[in-house]
Structure formats: structure tokens, C-alpha cells
Write a protein that binds this ligand. Structure first.
Ligand code: ADP
Length: 189
């Protein structure tokens, strides 16, 4: 049996989004990316987007209150009842506690936190290259380095949080997309 209530954790550029998309195809459950949802809100010019835009462009975290609200609403939609792949949420211990509460309300719980382990300098290099192609406005090198710092300060503590919950699986994020996907499959099987 594959786990289907999953969380992908890892620094910016570690390949969470790519691995999440492969899992969507394999498992037929939705990817929940708060980053994508916030970017869509910014493009659509909603109230939420207006509140998040400048914070995201700086590479800082949008407030727990905002993202928890977004995640709660998304997780309550019917397509999440068979499982979900969280990508980019939670990002703080406060968000992780809130997620536990949301799932408890649905009489559910996280089955596996897959933490993708990767080297910072390799990631910065990868993101600088991706920036040239995609041109996201939080993708200049200084902002990328800032996001990396924010990850270590605010998000990396979640590795211990989920280890203590007994649901952590660490996966080596180096090598090809396929190689990483194979390792991910192994730990969620
Ligand atoms: P990355 O490429 O670093 O994985 P994402 O696409 O997940 O980035 O997120 C982009 C930006 O959106 C973050 O830098 C942050 O400003 C905001 N964001 C996304 N998810 C969250 C979250 N769970 N909490 C706070 N801010 C978030």
C-alpha cells in the first residue's frame, strides 16, 4: 500500500514540485502547492494576492494566518478525501501544528513527510539557472539566498517535528529526476 497523505519538505529548488507532479500522475491524488495558489492569487489580483505579493517578491514567508486559511479551504475540497501531496506547506512549526488540527478535524492524519535532502550551493546554482528560463520575481540570486536562509531558520525545524511524530523519511535529492522519484517511491511504499 502506498501512503497517500503526503508532505514533501525541502529547501527551495530541491525538486518538491517536480516530484509532486510525478506523484499526482502515479497516485491520482492532488498536489497542494501554497506557492502556486498564492501566485495565482497575485495574478488574479485578489485581496489575498494583494496582501501576499510584496512579501513573496522579497522571498519572505506570508503569514501563518493567511496560508493556513488557504490550506484549510483546499484540504476541505472533495478531491482531497483520497489523499493529497502537500508541497510548500507547512513551512513553519506554527503551520505544522495548524495542519495537525485541520487533519484532526477531518479525522485524518499525515502518513509520511518526505524530506528531500540537498546541498545549498547546488540548489542556488540550479535556481539561478531556472530563473533565466522562468523569470519568477523572487528568483534573482540575492533573493534566492534569502529564501534559503528563511528555509533554514523557519522550515528546517519541521524535520525534527515530523521525526518526533514518527512519519519522517529522508531522501537524497541528488541525481536525476527519475533517480529521486525512485527513492521517493521506495519510502512511501
Ligand atoms: P519554492 O520555489 O521556494 O519552493 P514556493 O513556490 O513554494 O517556493 O513559494 C513561493 C513563495 O510563496 C515563498 O517564498 C513564500 O513567500 C510564499 N509561500 C508559499 N507557501 C508558503 C507557506 N506555506 N507559508 C508562507 N509563505 C508561503
Amino acid at each position: 500500500m502506498m501512503a497517500t497523505r503526503l508532505l514533501l519538505l525541502g529547501p527551495p529548488g530541491a525538486g518538491k514540485g517536480t516530484q509532486a507532479q510525478l506523484l499526482v500522475e502515479r497516485l491520482g491524488i492532488p498536489q497542494i502547492s501554497t506557492g502556486d495558489m498564492l501566485r495565482a492569487a497575485v495574478s488574479a489580483g485578489t485581496e489575498l494576492g494583494r496582501r501576499a505579493e510584496a512579501i513573496m517578491a522579497r522571498g519572505d514567508l506570508v503569514s501563518d494566518e493567511i496560508v493556513v486559511g488557504v490550506a484549510r479551504e483546499r484540504l476541505g475540497q472533495s478531491d482531497c478525501s483520497a489523499g493529497f501531496i502537500l508541497d510548500g506547506f507547512p513551512r513553519t512549526v506554527g503551520q505544522a501544528r495548524a495542519l495537525d488540527g485541520i487533519l484532526e478535524d477531518f479525522e485524518s492524519r499525515l502518513e509520511c513527510c518526505v524530506a528531500i535532502v540537498a546541498d545549498d550551493e547546488a540548489l542556488v546554482e540550479r535556481l539561478v539557472k531556472r530563473a533565466a528560463i522562468e523569470g519568477r520575481d523572487d528568483d534573482d540570486e540575492a533573493t534566492i539566498r534569502h529564501r534559503m536562509g528563511v528555509y533554514h531558520e523557519q522550515t528546517a525545524p519541521l524535520v525534527d517535528y515530523y521525526r518526533e511524530q514518527g512519519v519522517l523519511a529522508e531522501v537524497d535529492g541528488s541525481g536525476s529526476v527519475e533517480a529521486v522519484a525512485e527513492r521517493v517511491t521506495e519510502v512511501i511504499s
